[in-house]
Design a binder for this molecule. Structure first.
Ligand SMILES: [Fe+2]
Ligand SMILES: [Fe+2]
Length: 266
């Protein structure tokens, strides 16, 4: 059995601190074969610079997926191809460096494919069909464990993709909404599913951003920016644990994790 931890969108400094707080003890408890994290919001809420990429590696993350914020730090273009463990969105029309589907080897020598795909509904990015993009990856790939981070707004869209690929991928994990859903389950042919893994970061904000800045932007001034300097002391960690059969590549168990933490607790 292969045990994989997948951590939902890590947002800003609060997210990095929360990762540092929870990951070492979780790793000790579970002895994961692989730790995957969505890193599209790691650098001040937008994108992933190289310093923070290395910080996540130091904290024990093995593979990083991204999302619609992939290019918010253009620095990514300069270093993504130096590493083989960053998956940016697969179905971009633009010619962007790096890969949307990467294969990594666990410490025990098992191969795992990790794919990052952008969804269509309510998303602004110009993309190719997520369904076709994933079919092509499956056609090209030798059989192995395959974890798909489907980065999208609409739960129904995520479900249609998950059912269409049931039995042909090990897990279809939704990200992007930053709110963990309670629908984690196994589909009929062994694909694990959750509509959204949720967010790792500030608990008292709005999906990771400081709440007053979001209220200001949404209701009073569309041009005012989101602020990610949360003064709050409460944090959340959102993830799922997958237990996958290494012979069949099917998932036997998906366990959601949602933990709260108060930074200055005595
Ligand atoms: Fe995000
Ligand atoms: Fe996103």
């Amino acid at each position: 059995m292969i045990k994989i931890l997948f951590i939902g969108d890590i947002v800003g400094k609060a997210g990095r601190e929360t990762l540092a707080h929870f990951l070492p003890s979780l790793k000790e408890e579970h002895d994961f074969d692989l730790v995957i994290a969505n890193g599209e919001n790691v650098t001040h809420g937008r994108g992933l610079n190289k310093r923070h990429y290395l910080e996540l590696m130091n904290l024990g993350v093995d593979v990083i997926t991204l999302g619609n914020h992939f290019d918010d730090r253009e620095e990514l273009r300069s270093y993504i191809e130096k590493y083989d463990n960053i998956a940016r969105p697969l179905n971009l029309i633009a010619n962007y460096p790096g890969k949307g589907s990467v294969v990594v080897t666990t410490k025990k020598g098992d191969k795992v494919r990790v794919t990052n795909i952008l969804g269509q509904a309510f998303m602004k990015e110009v993309i190719t069909s997520p369904l076709l993009a994933l079919k092509l990856v499956n056609l090209d790939s030798e059989p192995m464990i395959h974890i798909v981070d489907y980065h999208a707004e609409a739960t129904a869209e995520k479900m249609t993709i998950a059912w269409e690929f049931d039995g042909t991928i090990s897990a279809l994990l939704g990200t992007h909404t930053h709110v963990q859903t309670v629908d984690a389950r196994l589909l009929h042919k062994g694909t694990a599913y959750i509509s959204d893994v949720g967010m790792t970061g500030a608990y008292d904000g709005v999906i990771g951003a400081e709440r007053n800045s979001v209220i200001q932007k949404v209701w009073f001034d569309k041009k005012s920016p989101f602020n990610y300097d949360n003064e709050d002391v409460n944090y959340q960690f959102s993830a799922v644990i997958l237990e996958i059969d290494k012979e069949t590549f099917k998932t036997k168990k998906i366990t959601p994790i949602y933990k709260l933490w108060t930074k200055y607790e005595q």
